[in-house]
Unconditional design. Structure first.
Lengths: 1013, 447
C-alpha cells in the first residue's frame, strides 16, 4: 500500500510540466463605490482551476496560457466580473453584491460549492465566529451555532466527553458521532482516555462545514450515517506577511452550587430520621432505657465518629464540603500567535498557540500547546503542492469518573459536622469522614494524561487543462498518549496496598490517501457540469501497553520503577481499514436547475468476508425559482430555491474491529497460558444503513436582508447492529447481528437578518431551530421492550419510543397519613410497595428541540456579540437521588429539599418521612426525574477596535480589546447542578440524561487583547 | 488525454494493492477453527477451561459464598452494598440477579469449552489423550454439579425423576451456529446427577495425575464423594473418600491455620486454585476480608452466634480475627493473593466418618478415629462420636468454605425459617435464559 502511494506521488511529480506559451497579466482590484483596494479576491483563468489572489493593496499578477480567452474575478461580497485577456494590464472595479450570503463558499467532500448551488443541507460555521472562545473543545464552541447539531458536554470536567448528535441519535450500539475530516483527511476519534477532539486548536480553523443530509454526506459513504464535520484550516495568502497575536486571561467557576444541609440541619434531620425508624420498630429512643441498641444510639455514635475532634452537639463544625470540590476562580489563559503571507507562488500560514485552563474541579486541568504550518507552493501554472501539519501536546490533569468515591463531586456526601482537618492539620479521611474523602485523593493522587497529536497531510494537484485536474492527498493522524496514575497509601485506590501506580501507553496511527479527478466544464453558457471521481484508502492502527503495581516505599516515589509489587501488565494492538471508490456529478442548467448524483463503494475490514463492500448512492436536485421569469417581478424575493435529496449512508464504527469472527482469547491459569472463547462468529455482519430524505427551501427576501433555510428530513436506519441474547447453554451470552431499526425525523429552520446596516451602526441576527423525533422501530425482532431499571436509572429501549426513554415506576407522592412514599400500580391505584409499582414511560432524555440565537451589533469601534442557546423538552434523572435526596436513608448529606419532609399526619409534601435505614422512596422512579429544559447565555463578547488613526501611530494594522464570557447565565427549572449533563461513567447511546454527582458546566469570564501587524 | 492516463494507472495500481489490505486479522485472538486443530492448542484450551472454572462466578469464590449466604442461619450477616448477594442472603432473589446470571453463564461457558475439547480429542497426541479427556470430563462433571446444587431442588427432596435439573449439553457450539436446537429443555434432577456421575466415573479411570492445581484421580474421587453424599449413596461417598485418604499421599497440615492463606498447595489440598497478585481470583477474600487487607469493606460479618459454637480450646477459633469495629472476620480468607482451597483432605475424613457411621462400617478407619484426626489437630480430646458429633465437627471444620447450604439440604435441616427444600433456597433460572429460550425453558417454582 505504502509503496503504491509513493508510486503515485512519484508519478505526479514526474509528470511533464507543460510548456505551452504563456503571458502575464497584472492589475488592481478596487471597490467601485469607495475606490478602496480589495485584497484576497480570486482571479481565475475562465473555465479552469488555475488562478491567484489579489494582495492587500488590491494588486495582482497572473500567468495565463496564450489560448485563454478571459479571466474571472470574484470575491465574497461583490459581484463577479470577467475580462478578456487581450490587455496586459486590467483593472477591475467591483460593485457590492447583495447576495453575499448566497455566494459563500461551502466545503463539500472532495471539493467546494457556492451556497446558492447547493442541493444538500450543509451548515457552515466560520472559524472567525468561534475564534478565541475560552473553551477547550471545538464542539463546545459550535454549540448553539448550527441547526440540528446537538452538543452536550457530559459534565464540567475539562478535556472530557462531549456528545455531538447531528439530526438525532442514529444507532443503538454502534457509534453515534459524526465523522471528523480535517483538510480532507478523516481523523481518529479514538483515544485511550479523554477527548481526542480537544487536541485540535480551533483558532486555526477557517471554517466548519457540517454535512447533515445524506446527499451531502454520502460521498463519505460508510462513515457518514451520523453526519460529517469538515474542518478546513486557515490557508496562506499572498502579499505582505501579517501577524496576529491574541492573548487572553480569564477565570472559571461552576455555573451553580447545589447546596446541601448545614451542620445544624444535618444533625436535626439525622436524629429525626433515627427516631422515626425507632418508632416504627416500637422503640422510644428518648427513653434512656430503650436508648441502647436503638437507631438513635447508632446515629449519634456515627455523629461522634464523624465529628472528629469537634462536638456536633454544639455545632462546633460546619463544613461546606461542596465548596471544597471546586477551585475558586480557577485561572485560564491562552496565547495565540499566527503569521500569514506569501508570494504568488508560495503561501503560508503559521501558528503557535497555548491554552492553559484550570478546571473548576480540584485536580482537573488542561494545557495544550499546538503549532501549525500550512504551506502551498505553485510549481507551475499546472501543478501545485502543499502541506498542512499540526503538532499538539495536550496535558490533562484528570479526575475519576462520576461514580467513583474518589471523584471530587462525591465529597458532597460527607457530613457537615466533620472538620476538614484533624488537629495535626491533616485532612480527615474515612472512617472519620462518612466515605473516603476525595480531597485526600486529590492531595495524594494524580492522574496525568499527556497526548502528542500530529495531524497532517501533503497534497499535489495537477491541472491538465481548463477542464481537468487530479489531486492526490496523503494524510496522517498520529496520536501518542501516556496516562500516568499514582494514588498514595491514604487514597481510595492506594489503601491497603501502600499506594497504587499505573502507566498506560497508547499509540493510534491513521493514514489516509485520497486520489481523485475533478472535471469542470461550462457548455454553451447554460450547462454547468462538474464531476469528481476517485478512490480513498484508510487504515487505522492502535497499540496499547499498560503496567500497574503497588507497594510504593514512599509517597515521593511515584513511578512504577519504585513499585514493590508489579501487579500486572499487558499490551495489545488492533487495526481496521477502509477501501473506497467514489464519484459525484453536479449539473446546473441556466443557473436554475440543479442536479447532483453521487455514489460511493466502501470496503471495510470489520465486516464478514462476503459483506465487506457496501454501495452508498445519493441523488439531489434544486430549483432556483428566483431565476424564473415569473418571480423577476416579485421585488421582495431576492433568492428562492427548492431542494430535495435522498441518500444512503452507513455506519461501521463503534463495535470493535473483529466482530464478525468467532474468536478465542488468551487467558492464564497457574502461571501458564490458555485459550478461552470470546465471541460467536457472524460472517453475515454488515453495515448499519441509513436512508435519509430531505426537502428544503433556501430563501432571501428584501435584498437578502432576510435569508434563511427551512428543512424537513426523515432518516430511517436499518440493519442496526445489536448484541442479541443467545441461550447461555451455548457457552455464549450474545451474538452481534444486524437486526434493529430506528427513525429520526425533524424540522430545521435557519433565519439570518440584517436588522440595521448603517455606516456606523450594524446589527444582525442569526437564529437556528431544530426539532427532532427519534423512534425505535425494531429491536432484536422478538422483544419490543428492554427495560432498563437498574435501581438508579430507567433508560430503556422500547419499540415505538425514543432511544433511552425512562421506563419504570411512577412516584405518587407521600401518603399524608404515615409519610410513606407511594407509587402507582399498573392499574393506577397507589401502593407503598416499590415491588408492586407498575411501569410507565416517565420521561425522555432526548430533547424535542434545540435552538440558538446570536446577535451581532457594531457601533463605531465597538462590537458586541451575544449567543443564547437552548435545549427543550428533555428530562434528566438524578441517579444519585437515592443517596442525596433519600430521606436520610443513610448518612450521606442531603439536599435542601429534604427539609420539606413529611412530619405529621396530614402533612402534604413530596418528601417522604425521614427514616434511617428505612429505604423510604429511594429506588429509581419518576421521583428523581425533572425537566431538563434550559436557555443559556452561551457566549457574550464585547470588543473595542482601536481606531485606524491610533493604529497607524502604533504601527499596527488592527487592535482589539475584548471581554468575553461563557455560560454566564442559565435559565432552567432543573434543581441539580446543571441541566447540560450526562454522567460520564455510563454515557452511551442509550444511557442519556443521567446525573450522578456530575460537575456543573464551567462559567468563564475572560479578558483579551488581539493585535494585528 | 495521455496525461490523464498516468494517474489513472496509478489509481488502478492502488486499487489492486489495497483490496488485500482489508484482510486484517486480530492479534490478541485466534479464529476458533485454529483452536481445535492441534495438540498444543487443545491443551491450551484445557488450561483455559481451568481458568474459567477458577473464575469468581464459579469456584473462584462465589459458589462458596452463595452456599454460606443461603445457609447463614444467623451465624453470618451480609452487610455489603451489593444488592445481588444481599438478595441471596435474604432468600428473596430476583430473576435478573446478575450474580446468579453470571454463574449460570460462566458454568455453561466452561461446559462448552469441555465439550469442544472432548469433541476434538482425536487431535490430541495419543499419549496424552486420556489425561486431557479425563480433565475435560472432570471439569464438566464438576460444573454441572456446582450448578445443579444451586439451580435445582436438592436430591434429598425426592421426586428426582420429575424435579427439574439442568439443561444437559454435551456437544460443542461451533462456527457461530445458534439454532432452535439450542433451546434445550431441562433434564430431571436424576438425569443431571446421572450425567455428573457418568462424567466423573469416566474421568476417574483415565485422568491420572497428582492432587494440586489441576484435576487428578483424587480430585475426581473427592468430588464424587461429595456427589454421593448429596444423593445419599454413603457407600460411594465412603469409598471415594477412602481412595483419596489411602492413595493420594496427602496428609493433614499439622496446624489448622496452615491449610489457608497459602501461596502454594498445602499438604491437604486435593484441588486448590492458585491465586497470585497477577492472576486468579479469590472472591471469598474480596467479600469476607476487609480494606486493611486489600479487600472490600468487610461485606460478610461473622456473628457471635457462630463463634459460640466452638470450644474455647478449639484452635479453629483462633483463626478468627476482630477488626477495628469489633466485628469477627474469618481468618481463612484474610489475606490477598492467597490460594483458594476447593477441597481439602479434612473433608474426606469427615465424609468417610459420616458414611462409615451411617453404614455401621469402618472402611479405612473407624468414625471415631477419623473424627479424632480432625479434633486432635485443633487441640480437642478424643470422643466416641454420635452422628450429631460428626455433623457438628463437619460444620466447624468446613465453616465458611462453601459447604453449609448443601449440608443443610442433604440433611433436611431448616435455615432462617426456610425448610431444606424451600423454593427460596433454590436459585431462579436467570431471566435472560427464560427470555432467550423461546419458551422452552421452565422456571423454578416460586419465581
Amino acid at each position: 500500500m505504502r509503496k503504491s502511494i509513493f508510486l503515485s506521488l512519484v508519478l505526479l511529480l514526474t509528470v511533464n510540466v507543460c510548456l505551452l506559451a504563456q503571458k502575464t497579466i497584472t492589475g488592481k482590484i478596487t471597490d467601485a463605490k469607495t475606490g478602496k483596494p480589495i485584497g484576497n479576491a480570486s482571479i481565475m483563468v475562465s473555465g479552469t482551476t488555475s488562478g491567484t489572489a489579489s494582495l492587500a493593496d488590491g494588486t495582482f499578477s497572473i500567468v495565463v496560457p496564450q489560448d485563454a480567452a478571459s479571466i474571472d474575478v470574484s470575491v465574497l461580497g461583490y459581484k463577479s466580473k470577467s475580462a478578456s485577456t487581450n490587455a496586459s494590464t486590467i483593472n477591475f472595479m467591483l460593485d457590492e453584491s447583495n447576495t453575499k450570503i448566497m455566494d459563500e463558499v461551502i466545503v463539500v467532500g472532495y471539493g467546494t460549492k457556492i451556497k446558492k448551488d447547493l442541493t444538500g443541507n450543509i451548515a457552515k460555521v466560520k472559524g472567525a465566529d468561534v475564534q478565541n472562545m475560552p473553551v477547550t473543545n471545538l464542539n463546545q464552541a459550535l454549540q448553539g451555532r448550527a441547526a440540528g447539531v446537538f452538543v452536550e458536554s457530559n459534565n464540567g470536567k475539562v478535556g472530557e466527553g462531549v456528545k455531538v448528535l447531528i439530526r438525532g441519535s442514529g444507532s443503538i450500539s454502534a457509534s453515534n458521532s459524526p465523522l471528523y475530516v480535517v483538510d480532507g483527511i478523516p481523523i481518529s476519534t479514538n483515544s485511550y482516555s479523554g477527548n481526542p477532539i480537544a487536541d485540535i486548536n480551533f483558532n486555526d480553523v477557517e471554517s466548519f462545514d457540517i454535512l447533515k443530509d445524506a446527499s451531502a454526506a454520502a460521498i463519505y459513504g460508510s462513515r457518514a450515517a451520523n453526519g460529517v464535520v469538515l474542518i478546513t484550516t486557515k490557508k496562506g495568502r499572498s502579499g505582505k506577511t501579517t501577524f496576529q497575536v491574541n492573548s487572553q486571561f480569564g477565570i472559571n467557576n461552576p455555573t451553580h452550587y447545589r447546596g446541601f444541609l448545614d451542620a445544624k440541619e444535618y444533625v436535626a434531620l439525622l436524629r429525626e430520621a433515627a427516631i422515626n425508624s425507632d418508632n416504627l420498630d416500637g422503640v422510644d429512643p428518648l427513653d434512656p432505657n430503650q436508648y441502647p441498641d436503638s437507631w438513635l444510639e447508632f446515629a449519634e455514635g456515627r455523629l461522634d465518629r464523624y465529628s472528629g475532634w469537634s462536638d456536633w452537639r454544639t455545632n462546633q463544625t460546619n463544613t461546606n464540603w461542596e465548596k471544597l470540590a471546586f477551585n475558586k476562580n480557577a485561572a485560564t489563559s491562552s496565547l495565540d500567535v499566527s503569521a500569514t503571507g506569501g508570494t504568488d507562488k508560495t503561501k503560508f500560514y503559521l501558528s503557535l498557540s497555548s491554552i492553559n485552563q484550570t478546571g473548576i474541579l480540584i485536580g482537573n486541568r488542561l494545557k495544550r500547546v499546538s503549532s501549525r504550518i500550512n504551506l502551498e507552493q505553485t510549481v507551475s501554472d499546472k501543478f501545485k503542492v502543499g502541506f498542512n501539519l499540526s503538532l499538539t501536546q495536550t496535558k490533562t490533569g484528570r479526575v475519576a469518573v462520576d461514580n467513583e468515591f474518589s471523584t471530587p463531586m462525591q465529597i458532597v456526601a460527607l457530613s457537615p459536622v466533620t472538620p476538614q482537618k484533624d488537629l495535626d492539620g491533616n485532612n480527615y479521611n474515612a472512617p472519620t469522614t462518612t466515605y473516603s474523602n476525595p480531597y485526600v485523593d486529590y492531595v495524594d493522587g494524580k492522574y496525568n494524561s499527556t497526548t502528542y497529536r500530529n495531524i497532517g497531510n501533503i497534497f499535489g494537484q495537477y491541472t491538465f487543462n481548463s477542464n481537468w485536474f487530479f489531486r492526490s492527498e496523503l494524510g496522517v493522524d498520529l496520536q501518542n498518549q501516556n496516562d500516568d496514575q499514582f494514588y498514595g497509601a491514604n487514597t481510595t485506590y492506594g489503601n491497603g496496598s501502600n499506594g497504587y501506580g499505573e502507566s498506560d501507553w497508547y499509540r493510534g496511527l491513521t493514514y489516509n490517501s485520497n486520489n481523485y479527478f475533478n472535471f469542470k466544464k461550462k457548455i454553451k453558457e447554460v450547462h454547468d457540469l462538474d464531476a469528481v471521481v476517485g478512490m480513498s484508502f484508510q487504515q487505522y492502527n492502535s497499540d496499547f501497553a499498560s503496567v500497574y503495581g503497588e507497594q510504593f516505599p514512599t509517597q515521593q516515589l511515584q513511578k512504577l520503577a519504585s513499585a514493590g509489587l508489579i501487579k500486572g501488565g499487558s499490551s495489545n494492538e488492533s487495526a481496521s481499514a477502509f477501501l473506497s471508490y467514489f464519484a459525484r456529478a453536479n449539473y446546473k442548467f441556466n443557473n436554475k436547475y440543479l442536479l447532483s448524483v453521487s455514489t460511493r463503494i466502501d470496503g471495510s475490514s470489520v465486516f464478514g468476508i462476503d459483506r465487506r463492500y457496501g454501495f452508498f448512492p445519493s441523488v439531489s436536485a434544486g430549483w432556483v425559482l428566483s431565476e424564473e421569469k415569473f418571480l423577476h417581478n416579485v421585488k421582495a424575493i431576492s433568492f428562492l430555491k427548492l431542494r430535495a435529496s435522498w441518500g444512503l449512508t452507513g455506519n461501521a464504527d463503534g463495535f470493535g474491529n473483529f466482530a464478525s469472527r468467532g474468536l478465542w482469547d488468551g487467558s492464564a491459569y497457574n502461571g501458564s497460558g490458555g485459550l478461552v472463547p470470546s465471541q460467536l462468529a457472524n460472517p453475515d455482519l454488515r453495515w448499519e444503513k441509513s436512508n435519509q430524505t430531505d426537502i428544503g427551501i433556501d430563501f432571501g427576501i428584501f435584498n437578502n436582508k432576510i435569508s434563511g433555510e427551512i428543512d424537513y428530513y426523515s432518516r430511517k436506519t436499518n440493519d442496526l447492529i445489536y448484541n442479541i441474547p443467545v441461550p447461555g447453554n451455548t457457552g455464549y451470552s450474545s451474538k452481534t447481528v444486524n437486526v434493529g431499526s430506528m427513525e429520526n425525523s425533524g424540522f430545521e429552520f435557519v433565519l439570518n437578518t440584517e436588522n440595521i446596516s448603517k455606516k456606523n451602526f450594524k446589527w444582525s441576527t442569526s437564529f437556528n431551530f431544530a426539532a427532532n423525533k427519534n423512534k425505535i422501530t425494531k429491536l432484536d425482532g422478538e422483544q419490543t421492550l428492554l427495560a432498563g431499571n437498574d435501581g438508579r436509572y430507567l433508560n430503556s429501549l422500547i419499540v415505538g419510543q425514543s432511544i433511552g426513554v425512562f421506563y419504570g415506576p411512577k412516584y405518587a407522592g407521600v401518603d399524608p397519613t404515615n409519610g410513606d412514599a407511594l407509587y402507582y400500580k399498573q392499574d393506577g391505584t397507589k401502593t407503598n410497595d416499590y415491588n408492586e409499582a407498575g411501569n410507565y414511560i416517565v420521561g425522555n432524555p432526548n430533547p424535542k428541540c434545540i435552538a440558538g440565537i446570536s446577535n451581532t451589533v457594531s457601533y463605531k469601534g465597538f462590537d458586541l456579540s451575544v449567543l443564547f442557546q437552548g435545549v427543550f423538552g428533555n428530562q434528566i434523572m438524578n441517579g444519585a437521588g437515592g443517596f442525596m435526596s433519600a430521606s436520610f436513608d443513610w448518612f450521606d448529606n442531603q439536599t435542601k429539599d429534604q427539609l420539606n419532609r413529611w412530619r405529621n399526619p396530614g402533612d402534604i409534601t413530596n418528601v417522604p418521612q425521614l427514616r434511617l435505614g428505612g429505604g423510604n422512596g429511594i429506588s429509581a422512579s419518576s421521583r428523581y426525574i425533572e425537566d431538563g429544559d434550559y436557555v443559556r447565555l452561551k457566549n457574550i463578547t464585547l470588543a473595542y477596535n482601536i481606531p485606524a488613526s491610533t493604529l497607524k501611530r502604533l504601527k499596527l494594522t488592527s487592535a482589539k480589546i475584548y471581554v468575553t464570557g461563557v455560560n454566564l447565565l442559565t435559565f432552567t427549572n432543573y434543581t441539580g447542578w446543571d441541566p447540560e449533563v450526562n454522567t460520564d461513567y455510563r454515557a452511551s447511546n442509550r444511557n442519556q440524561g443521567g446525573d450522578f454527582y456530575a460537575a456543573p458546566q464551567i462559567k468563564n469570564y475572560s479578558f483579551g487583547l488581539n493585535l494585528g501587524f | 488525454m495521455k496525461k490523464i492516463f498516468i494517474p489513472l494507472t496509478a489509481i488502478i495500481l492502488l486499487i489492486t494493492g489495497c483490496a488485500k489490505q482489508l484482510d486484517i486479522l486480530p492479534t490478541q485472538s485466534v479464529d476458533e477453527s485454529l483452536v481445535f486443530d492441534t495438540d498444543a492448542n487443545i491443551k491450551a484450551a484445557l488450561n483455559g477451561a481451568y481458568d474459567l472454572a477458577s473464575s469468581g462466578d464459579l469456584i473462584g469464590g462465589n459458589t462458596q459464598m452463595y452456599s454460606e449466604l443461603l445457609g447463614a442461619g444467623g451465624e453470618i450477616t451480609w452487610v455489603g452494598t451489593f444488592n445481588q448477594p444481599d438478595e441471596i442472603y435474604n432468600k428473596s432473589i430476583l430473576t435478573n440477579n446478575s450474580f446468579v446470571r453470571n454463574t449460570y453463564l460462566s458454568g455453561y461457558r466452561l461446559i462448552n469449552v469441555c465439550n469442544n475439547i472432548i469433541a476434538s480429542i482425536d487431535k490430541v497426541n495419543a499419549s496424552d489423550r486420556d489425561a486431557v479427556k479425563g480433565q475435560a470430563l472432570f471439569l464438566r462433571g464438576m460444573a454441572y454439579f456446582e450448578m445443579v446444587k444451586l439451580f435445582a431442588k436438592p436430591y434429598s427432596a425426592g421426586n428426582t425423576s420429575t424435579n427439574l435439573g439442568l439443561q444437559i449439553v454435551t456437544t460443542p457450539t461451533i462456527n457461530g451456529q445458534v439454532t432452535a436446537a439450542n433451546n434445550v429443555p431441562r433434564s430431571s434432577v436424576q438425569q443431571t446427577y446421572d450425567q455428573i456421575i457418568a462424567d466423573l466415573t469416566a474421568a476417574k479411570t483415565i485422568i491420572g495425575g497428582d492432587a494440586g492445581e489441576y484435576g487428578s484421580e483424587y480430585a475426581v474421587s473427592a468430588v464424587l464423594s461429595r456427589v454421593y453424599l448429596q444423593t445419599g449413596n454413603y457407600a460411594g461417598a465412603r469409598d471415594e473418600a477412602n481412595n483419596v485418604i489411602e492413595n493420594s499421599g496427602l496428609s493433614l497440615e499439622s496446624d489448622y491455620s496452615n491449610a489457608f492463606n497459602n501461596t502454594s498447595a498445602s499438604s491437604e489440598d486435593i484441588y486448590v486454585l492458585p491465586v497470585t497478585a497477577q492472576d486468579g481470583s479469590n472472591e471469598m477474600h474480596t467479600y469476607w476480608s476487609i480494606l486493611d487487607y486489600g479487600a472490600r469493606d468487610g461485606d460478610v460479618e461473622v456473628n457471635q452466634e457462630h463463634i459460640d459454637l466452638y470450644d474455647a480450646a478449639d484452635a479453629r477459633l483462633a483463626l478468627f480475627y476482630i477488626d477495628d469495629n469489633d466485628i469477627y472476620r474469618s481468618g481463612k480468607w484474610k489475606f490477598q493473593y492467597k490460594n483458594l482451597p476447593v477441597i481439602r483432605l479434612a473433608e474426606m475424613y469427615l465424609n468417610r466418618a459420616e458414611s462409615n457411621f451411617r453404614l455401621n462400617s469402618s472402611v479405612g478407619a473407624s468414625a471415631d478415629d477419623d473424627i479424632d484426626m480432625i479434633r486432635s489437630r485443633v487441640g480437642l480430646p478424643f470422643i466416641n462420636v454420635t452422628l450429631l458429633d460428626i455433623l457438628n465437627e463437619r460444620r466447624l471444620e468446613l465453616a465458611h468454605e462453601g459447604q453449609r447450604i448443601h449440608d443443610i439440604k442433604r440433611l433436611r435441616l431448616a435455615v432462617d425459617g426456610f425448610d431444606y427444600d424451600a423454593n427460596e433456597l433454590v436459585f431462579p433460572i436467570p431471566l435472560r435464559e427464560i427470555n432467550a429460550s423461546a419458551g422452552v425453558l421452565v422456571q423454578n417454582d416460586g419465581y
